[in-house]
Ligand binder design. Sequence first.
Ligand SMILES: [Mg+2]
Length: 295
Amino acid sequence: MTLATPPLALLLDVDGPIASPESRQVAPGIIDSLIGLLHEEIPVIFNTGRSDSFIAEQVMAPMIDAGIPARAVVHAICEKGAVWFSFTAQGPGAIHLDRELAMPAAFADDVRALVQARYAEHMFFDETKRAMVSVEQQLAVSNSDYLVQQGLFDADALALLARHQLGAARLDHRYPAGGRVDYRVDPTIISTDIESVRLGKDLGASRAVELLAAQGIVPEAWRTVGDSRTDYAMADWLHHQDHRVKHVDVRPADGVPAKPYPVLTSADLGLGADVIHDDAGAAFLQAWLAAVTAD
Ligand SMILES: [Mg+2]
């Protein structure tokens, strides 16, 4: 196998930097830049908490419509590393699931029933998840109303975990079972994810490196992009493994933490601090495309 050493590889969180946080869709300009980068043989890898079916609909389908180059393979790491698949111009390959990282089916069934019985007005059970249990805000209700209900739901979910003898942590609180905490309840602004503590953006990063290595691709440097604190785990892991990496934060309003690698925001492109979310994502993709095309 010939070794390929592209100057960059991109590891991209989806919700926020790629898909609009409002419409949950991907702007045509972003699709065009991604296709342009693939033409330059820059590896593009998505690293998301979303399901494979969300990525297939919102990212893969518009990329295929726009024309993925003949030999390009795009990797999608979903459910924070528990699920992954690759796609080409021809469509998706096999879906891989690490079963050891999946929530027990009996627990998922109880959460589904809980949502139906008490929370259906404000939330829905994400039927597309294979490993995580995710319960998301209904688009028709206001976020403030949802967040009140979310607190109640999370307490009920923790009680269900205990009933299933599954030790869990939520934020800074631990609810061990038999001394073990194997699961976490992760409240986000629009959902609650219940998942193995082994899932995370760092697991996604390690899968990304493995997937490229299997193709004989060893990038000279990585760019990771995200909109949450948890997305820094991609760059943390790559840096710790001695890969060259810069992280782009497209929503730096929470403050940029001190890191041993460079962290970039839209200000580094000479843009205003109001350029955030997928607008910032679009600007960085364009800048990288311009840089590799100029070489
Ligand atoms: Mg995000």
